[in-house]
Write a protein that binds this ligand. Structure first.
Ligand code: HEC
Length: 140
């Protein structure tokens, strides 16, 4: 009897360990730090990367344009994994003859090397904790 209990506990521990990586850390703790309205280095870098690469289609501050969706809204709905796979693989739709194309960024290190920073910046915008505009870095 005692032996069975131990086996169950061990089996449970294995399940928890195996299950842990399935839940992205970003679902639990915010992928950004904001103190007194100022942001960490990664979030600031995300803002810069967004502004140089994504802004042209997705509009300023993640607010969207007539061509591409507002990522500040999208990130309320899509998971970190979906975000990364969409950015890497691109996406397109053709609704009523209107073709919308999201390029694939998988081969662009200026995007993929900083994908977590871009995600953190957009998540802060989606969570409503970061106002529009150029953020200030903590310590400045
Ligand atoms: C050339 C224009 C263009 C650029 C540049 C661009 N996107 Fe997009 N993106 C789009 C379009 C258009 C869509 C919607 C495609 C569709 O209708 O399926 C989209 C969709 C997305 C989605 C899915 C949104 C949702 O609600 O499901 C994500 C995430 C995304 N883009 C992230 C980015 C990021 C991050 C960057 C910068 C690295 C970027 N995009 C740069 C045009 C662009």
């Amino acid at each position: 009897m005692y032996g069975k209990v131990i086996t169950c506990a061990a089996a449970l521990a294995v399940l928890i360990c195996v299950g842990a990586p399935m839940v992205s850390a970003d679902e639990r703790t915010p992928p950004y730090t904001i103190e007194n309205g100022k942001v960490d280095k990664g979030t600031y870098n995300g803002y810069r990367r967004y502004a140089s690469t994504c802004h042209v289609c997705h509009g300023p501050d993640g607010l969207g344009s007539s061509f591409a969706p507002a990522l500040a809204d999208s990130l309320k709905l899509i998971s970190y994994e979906d975000f990364v796979s969409t950015v890497a693989g691109g996406r397109q739709s053709n609704i009523g003859g209107v073709l919308r194309v999201m390029p694939a960024w998988a081969n662009n290190p200026d995007v993929m090397d900083y994908i977590d920073d871009i995600y953190g910046y957009l998540k802060a915008r989606a969570d409503g904790v970061l106002p529009p505009g150029r953020p200030t870095r903590i310590g400045e």
